[in-house]
Design a protein around this ligand. Structure first.
Ligand code: ATP
Length: 387
């Protein structure tokens, strides 16, 4: 039956993958009572047909406002919203063919699971056979097909959230919006539902926009991530693009389970070496080509270096002359790896290494990293240099 659903959806929406299904153009939103900065500033974003796009950003950055504008629950102050070629700015919510799942579940407590899921379809007078087929498919996918006759108070939080998702999916919306849908669930249930959501998205080939402030959640479900900060779009890209090539220091800090190491370096004026600012007189050699390139990018010679903890190598002992030394400050076993926090002369450096290289607390270590894994940022603007 799942194949039937897929075929049905392709027939309904002839757009090919890779084509923007939804376009936001210079969308801004200022609420009447907002005196300071606007909730959204000049958001231009394409949402591709059938993709799962995640809006990621800290609390208050404008994620929900963006969703509400897509759903027709808020109007932009300026800018245009298109579904396909159709301008949607003044189209009422009920005509948008959009379904939304919120963190707080919108279910009817006096109805059983089946009645909740089918309520909207019955209102729309969808034929009974179609309803039955869709309910069977979606509830099986979500693993709630055995609970159809249950009342809501007879379900766990995770099961109720699945019912809410089924209720939204069964409408076969053109666009499916999820606003922090799993945030009230425990970590295990969240992980499980995320994985299921990704699978359902593949099977149903629906365009989905998922909002979260949790970068790990974004990384695990997204085809692409749109990073937002203070009402602005900071970067759009695949999870790996954003992880490996963040546009600026802020984004490099915001993504990644273990915080990136950031420190300032000063390029030696005559030799291919970099002095670690605030770390004593340590000068790390670098390849002449990289040195020349960085000199060109930062004529004053100072830049911010970012290196993810998984690329930092720790070796027991104090090393030879000029080694970058530290002392194991904390150690956290992560299962297959250990996260070390190493105290250096001027800072702390984090390293994630395999559990085989066990280092004792307080023991001396030398720190190294491959320059080719480093990110380089402008010291003034904090924008990343393309090296
Ligand atoms: P969270 O993750 O906490 O839900 P968010 O990223 O979804 O945050 P929004 O809810 O979109 O952020 O809010 C963006 C900004 O707009 C915030 O500064 C918020 O205080 C403000 N805002 C949201 N709704 C209104 C409103 N109805 N009236 C006035 N200001 C609002």
């Amino acid at each position: 039956m799942a194949h039937g659903v897929v075929a049905d959806r392709v027939a309904e929406r002839p757009r090919g993958p890779g084509e923007p299904a939804i376009r936001l153009r210079h969308i801004s939103k200022r609420f009447d009572n907002q005196s300071k900065e606007a909730a959204l500033r000049d958001i231009t974003l394409d949402i591709y047909d059938k993709e799962l796009l995640v809006l990621l950003g800290p609390s208050g950055c404008g994620k929900s406002t963006t969703l509400n504008i897509l759903a027709g629950l808020e109007e932009p102050t300026s800018g245009e919203l298109y579904f396909g070629d159709r301008l949607m700015n003044r189209v009422p919510a009920e005509e948008r063919d959009v379904s939304m799942v919120f963190q707080s579940i919108a279910l009817y407590p006096h109805m059983n699971v089946l009645e909740n899921i089918t309520f909207a379809l019955k209102l729309r007078k969808v034929p009974k056979e179609v309803i039955n087929e869709r309910v069977a498919t979606i509830t099986r996918m979500l693993g709630i097909d055995a609970y159809l006759q249950r009342r809501l108070h007879e379900l766990s939080g995770g099961e109720r959230q699945r019912v809410a998702i089924a209720k939204a999916l069964v409408k076969r919306p053109h666009l499916f919006l999820l606003d922090e849908p799993f945030s009230s669930l425990d970590a295990d249930m969240r992980r499980q539902l995320r994985a299921e959501l990704v699978r359902i998205h593949r099977e149903l080939e629906t365009t989905m926009l998922f909002v979260t402030h949790d970068q790990e959640e974004a990384m695990s479900v997204a085809d692409r991530i749109a990073v937002m900060r203070k009402g602005e779009l900071v970067q759009v890209g695949t999870p790996l693009e954003i992880y490996n090539a963040p546009v600026n220091v802020w984004t490099s800090r915001f993504v990644g389970t273990h915080p990136i190491n950031l420190f300032e370096v000063e390029l030696d004026p005559s030799e291919p070496r970099a002095r670690l600012v605030g770390q004593g007189e340590i000068r790390l050699p670098m390849a002449p080509a990289l040195y020349a390139r960085l000199r060109g990018l930062a004529p004053a010679g100072r830049l911010i270096v970012g290196i993810r903890p998984e690329y930092v190598q720790l070796t027991p002992g104090s090393g030879g002359d000029g080694a970058w030394r530290g002392e194991v400050f904390t150690r956290q076993v992560l299962g297959t790896a250990i996260l070390y926090d190493v105290r250096t002369a001027g800072d702390h450096i984090r390293s994630v290494t395999s559990t085989q290289d066990r280092l004792d607390l307080g023991s001396p270590v030398t720190i190294a990293f491959p320059w080719e894994r480093a990110l380089f940022f402008d010291r003034e603007t904090e924008q990343r240099f393309e090296v």
